[in-house]
Ligand binder design. Structure first.
Ligand code: SAM
Ligand code: SF4
Ligand code: SF4
Length: 418
């Protein structure tokens, strides 16, 4: 794999953060065992074959890697979902909205924390991270994934914040393999910590990774992210590609910042079979506005066409991006019109953020507080009913969702779960 030249990269420490969630038991579950690190679930960078990856009952007493609070057999509390998924299945178990769209893709934010500060996503200073006790534990997240899988979930993407700053994330992905199906497991990351997790991700059965990378220039990257970590990110991406992971690069395009690099990004597809996706900036920078002048999809396409004779490429089913390619290049180019919102008709995405708020659209207010339901010991059937109702009542598109949220506080994508 050829490597892009990065001018004089500085060494980086990766900026790893502690896991934000203390060990915690669900109602009706056994308490987390002693021996866990205070305030930290040292889960799952556990290898497959560890208690985490398989039977979570015996010999798995480190809180977090044991999923100690959640038994998947027994009573009907969500903290202890019925062992047989058939218990939860019925003819209308899958999630459909009133317009007939099916929601079978979960984007689960495992943390609101991040080791970068991308200008379009969160403010440089003064962003309050939620208290650790408010973040869903791995057990709670697993219980929700289990419940949704019984409702026909086909894909689970872990996102954030930066998912790899939460310890245990790779073990959690491995654990998701035990779900009925199992659903495909995917990851969106800034890649600065990726290289150290590739073995675990392979073992967890993850094959596709989306990476945010908004500049190929050290100064541009530093100014967009607030950190000098381009080399670390590139090392992670390159290593993942070498290991055979399918790579999609996400590039949020901002006028006067990185719009001048569009052609450089397209050029990456010349000798790499990656998809480079350009994303319209959305108003989720945590400050209440667009983080720069919006460069819309048409303007992005014009800039690409100025330099490359692109043609439409075959569309992935249910993909929210339009796909193009340069004839003769192995890679592909994607365009995500996240601000102009032209693809809502095929949106199948359900979002749960790190504190358990469920959204049926990025632009919508949360429609359910799943953490509250879980911690109140609500029966699984009742939680499922509430989810089915919320999905049914989903807005038609992001414009309708936004209209219904007039006056809401400035939102950060890291908090929503991008
Ligand atoms: N930290 C990981 C990363 O950056 O890939 C995962 C979380 S991030 C919030 C998920 C995706 O949201 C990234 O691709 C990022 O570029 C995108 N994103 C964040 N803020 C955005 C905004 N205001 N407009 C458009 N995309 C945004
Ligand atoms: Fe962090 Fe991802 Fe947001 Fe950038 S886009 S600040 S990497 S969560
Ligand atoms: Fe889905 Fe909302 Fe985005 Fe439209 S704006 S694609 S409905 S998340």
């Amino acid at each position: 794999m050829s490597t892009i030249r990065i001018p004089n990269p500085a060494p980086c420490d990766g900026g790893r953060l502690d896991d934000p969630t203390p060990a915690r038991a669900l109602p009706g579950g056994s308490p987390p065992a002693s021996g866990s690190k205070a305030g930290s679930e040292q889960v799952g960078d556990s290898p497959v074959g560890s208690p985490l990856a398989g039977d979570s009952s015996a010999g798995s007493e480190r809180a977090g890697d044991s999923f100690a609070g959640v038994s998947v057999s027994g009573s009907t509390r969500v903290g202890s979902l019925p062992a047989d998924s058939a218990d939860l299945k019925d003819s209308d178990a899958s999630l459909h909205d009133r317009f007939g769209r099916r929601m079978d893709y979960l984007r689960l934010s495992v943390t609101d924390r991040c080791n970068l500060r991308c200008t379009y996503c969160m403010p440089r200073e003064g962003i309050d991270c939620v208290d650790r006790s408010e973040v869903l534990t791995w057990e709670e997240m697993y219980a929700l994934c289990r419940l949704l899988t019984d409702c026909g979930l086909r894909k689970i993407r872990l996102t954030g914040g930066e998912p790899l700053v939460r310890s245990g994330v790779v073990g959690f992905l491995a654990r998701l393999r035990d779900l009925p199906g199992p659903p495909e497991r995917l990851l969106t990351t800034n890649a600065t910590l990726l290289d150290q997790h590739l073995d675990g991700l392979t073992e967890a059965g993850v094959t596709r990774i989306n990476v945010s990378l908004d500049s190929l220039r050290r100064d541009g990257y530093r100014s967009l992210t607030g950190r000098d970590l381009l080399e670390a990110a590139w090392r992670g991406i390159d290593a993942a590609a070498d290991r055979g992971f399918s790579i999609k690069l996400n590039v949020v395009v901002i006028t006067g910042v990185n719009a001048g690099e569009i052609a450089d990004f397209v050029a990456l597809t010349k000798d790499r079979d990656w998809t480079v996706r350009f994303i319209e900036a959305m108003p989720f920078d945590g400050l209440g506005g667009n983080p720069g002048d919006l460069l819309d999809g048409e303007s992005i396409l014009e800039r690409i066409r100025d330099k490359f004779p692109i043609v439409r490429a075959e569309q992935e089913p249910m993909a929210v991006e339009e796909t193009y390619r340069v004839p003769g290049y192995p890679g592909r180019i994607g365009l995500i019109r996240g601000h102009t919102r032209t693809f809502c008709g095929r949106c199948s995405r359900l979002r749960i953020n790190a504190v358990g708020q469920m959204r049926t659209c990025l632009y919508a207010e949360p429609s359910l507080d799943l953490r509250e339901l879980l911690r109140a010991g609500t029966p699984a059937e009742e939680i499922r009913r509430r989810i089915i109702e919320a999905v049914r009542d989903r807005h038609w598109d992001g414009w309708a969702a936004q209209e219904a949220t007039e006056g809401r506080d400035a939102c950060s994508m890291s908090r929503i779960g991008g």
